[in-house]
Design a protein around this ligand. Structure first.
Ligand code: BYC
Length: 340
């Protein structure tokens, strides 16, 4: 029930077993060949180009989920704006949360170029049909959580998003370039805030360690299920939407983060974390996928609270949308009158 309303059957080639392929007309076959040739040549698909229905719907699913994640992602950190420990930290946090809102807007705009309206996407989010990142269903219990979100959550987001700058769909790829630049600042401010705390007293250091312990495994799960259990990966990679698999991105994130944890002076809560000389990577322990799916399916610690807050914010903002529409109508009438 708690699934993405824009999920569709993949057509013809690469379709999951049991789904009916929609046969293409002769004219569509020619267009499809052109589309495939563009994908094979690593070119870009633009909004007015012909594209298979399943490609369009896959993109709407992924981009709208991504946009929802940015918007819902404002909530756990927004919770700390009024309690930031200094004016400097408050200003940084306000700017960061505002950036996340901006990312959501670029992404909703990119998804709208595929023919799905923002109202449809928001309705799917508000009714609980649409997904957003699992990570935002966990609480931010102390100030160190804000630093850890910057360091680890934004760090994981960048690792996932850099390859999306090369996504085959032009508007998504271009939106991601700007998003990644801003996420990179977010990651650094989080790490810097933690470095300052780690130079503080024992209580501050313990807060950082506690936050790292609570967020580490959840950040590893952000990359999505293992490749063997990822239904969309093969087709997403074939279409050049995804460039690197869930497991490979997760490994890249772990390899990049372990040395950062060493510099920071925190331990990562995984007794099986060990450098594997032969693989040239860090080995790690098992992720709790039952917990991940429970959270994705609406039963994480904060799912209900996050959704209720979003719906309330949307309803409370109705007057702003009404005023903007009234203003646009007035401007249009004025222009028409002047032209007459
Ligand atoms: N949470 O076949 P798979 C941020 C779902 S926010 C929830 O691997 P796919 C930030 C998946 O949707 C970061 N659901 O799917 C903001 C699918 O379900 P449906 C957000 C997840 O699409 C503020 C099912 O599991 N980033 O940057 O090939 C502050 C099977 O998965 C999750 C993006 O959205 C999850 N973690 O790969 C700080 C990036 N993982 O749709 C930071 C764009 C998987 O069939 N998205 N699922 O019902 C992607 O790159 C891909 O969609 C994913 C999943 C890697 C997430």
């Amino acid at each position: 029930m708690y699934t993405q309303s824009f999920s569709v059957q993949d057509q013809a080639e690469g379709k999951p077993a049991g789904l009916k392929a929609v046969p293409l007309s002769e004219a569509e076959q020619v267009l499809n060949n052109r589309f495939e040739a563009t994908i094979d040549a690593d070119g870009k698909i633009e909004p007015r180009d012909w594209m298979p229905d399943a490609y369009r719907k896959t993109l709407v699913r992924q981009i709208s989920q991504h946009a929802h994640s940015e918007i819902v992602g404002m909530l756990p950190e927004g919770n700390w704006i009024s309690r930031a420990p200094s004016l400097k930290r408050k200003a940084i946090l306000i700017a960061k949360v505002q950036d996340e809102g901006g990312h959501g807007l670029y992404l909703y705009s990119a998804a709208e170029t595929l023919g799905t309206s923002r109202d449809q996407m928001l309705a799917a989010l508000h009714s609980g049909k649409a997904k957003y990142s699992s990570i935002f269903n966990y609480p931010t219990l102390n100030w160190a959580d804000v630093g850890v979100i910057g360091w680890l959550v934004d760090g994981a987001a960048i690792m996932n998003q850099i390859p999306l700058c090369r996504c085959s769909y032009g508007p998504y790829a271009r939106a991601m370039i700007r998003v990644c630049k801003e996420e990179s600042f977010h990651q650094r401010q989080g790490y810097e805030a933690l470095l300052v705390m780690m130079r503080g007293n024992d209580e501050q250091k313990a807060m950082v360690q506690d936050a790292v312990n609570r967020w580490w495994w959840k950040c590893l799960a952000m990359f999505g299920p293992p490749d063997s259990d990822s239904p969309h990966s093969a087709q997403g990679m074939r279409w050049g939407i995804k460039r690197i698999s869930n497991d490979d991105l997760r490994q890249k994130f772990i390899d990049a983060t372990v040395p950062q944890a060493q510099v920071l002076g925190v331990s990562l809560p995984d007794p099986e974390l060990k450098w594997n000389e032969a693989r040239g990577h860090w080995d790690h322990g098992q992720i709790d996928w039952d917990e991940f799916w429970a959270t994705v399916n609406g039963n994480g610690p904060c799912n209900k609270e996050r959704l209720a807050t979003r719906v309330k914010a949307h309803n409370d903002g109705q007057w702003v949308r009404d005023a903007a529409l009234a203003h646009a109508r007035k401007q249009q009438q004025r222009t028409l009158k002047e032209a007459a």
